[in-house]
Design a protein around this ligand. Structure first.
Ligand SMILES: [Mg+2]
Ligand SMILES: [Zn+2]
Length: 277
């Protein structure tokens, strides 16, 4: 069972831009989108835009083609594949929608790297129109978090994941994101977890302004190169710490100097110590 859970935001974290904007812009509907944006929540607007595009004769295949062309930094896919190969449990937590995300990760050949995708539901109806609905039905049961958009509180989803992980034994979490919606989940991370905010993006600014509210260790990244290096280093660091901890339990039982030995072990990576009583 994987000890490390890595949670990725999708837009501007895995792919280089926002998939909603990318589809709207590439299919020539930017003006209508901007006109309607002040009048309704983003998530409902995307469903509406799919209706408009369908009425204009745009097909699901055309939308898929646009999604498959979404720009991505060349190191992101290798980073995800390596993290998966190292035994991490990878998940996506996104305010985009299932159709966009699945189309893209399928195309990139990384769909099987993820154990879970938490996002707004979507499906193609009988007319061939893509329908997008909110993750949370905010009319009947609002989530009540004032930091997050009405259709999704990522913090609550992280809490649900944490609760289910607690049943499986100890887990450490690494969270990667860029947007305002990634701030709420960063507050739910514990001190053994890691937050990887994209530097100079909205979540980074919020974290800088509210540094004391976070318990997790913070490691920023700017692009795919840095994301890959930082993510793999953190995975390695956790694996070393977990190894040392299992050694330290034995050491503690004979009252050794836990801190000193644990630190030294971290530097030199000795083989497991056997303590005979
Ligand atoms: Mg994002
Ligand atoms: Zn929230």
């Amino acid at each position: 069972m994987a000890q490390i859970v890595v949670v990725f935001d999708f837009d501007k974290t895995i792919i280089e831009l926002d998939s909603d904007n990318w589809v709207v812009d590439e299919l020539g509907a930017t003006d209508l989108f901007n006109e309607l944006l002040p009048t309704m929540p983003w998530n409902l607007l995307m469903d509406r835009m799919m209706k408009e595009l369908h009425a204009q004769g745009k097909t699901i295949e055309e939308i898929k083609d646009v999604l498959r062309r979404a720009p991505i930094h060349p190191r992101i896919v290798p980073a995800i594949k390596k993290a998966h190969a190292l035994g991490c449990d990878l998940r996506i937590l996104s305010d985009a929608n299932m159709f966009f995300i699945e189309t893209i990760i399928d195309h990139l050949g990384i769909k099987n790297c993820f154990s879970e995708i938490n996002t707004n539901p979507s499906y193609v109806d009988n007319e061939g129109r893509l329908r997008i609905s909110p993750y949370v039905d905010f009319q009947s049961s609002p989530h009540g978090c004032n930091r997050c958009p009405p259709n999704m509180c990522k913090g609550m989803i992280i809490e649900r994941i944490q609760a289910s992980l607690a049943k499986e034994g100890k887990k450490r979490m690494i969270y990667l994101g860029d947007g305002i919606g990634d701030f709420c989940p960063s507050l739910k991370l514990g001190e053994a977890d890691f937050m990887m905010p994209r530097k100079d993006f909205p979540v980074w600014d919020l974290i800088c302004e509210n540094r004391a509210l976070l318990r997790a260790e913070i490691h920023e990244w700017t692009d795919g190169d840095e994301m890959e290096v930082t993510l793999l280093k953190l995975i390695e660091k956790i694996k070393i710490q977990e190894n040392n901890n299992s050694n330290s339990v034995q050491l503690l039982s004979v009252d050794c100097k836990f801190e000193t030995i644990s630190m030294a072990a971290h530097e030199a990576l000795p083989p497991p110590l056997r303590v005979h009583q």
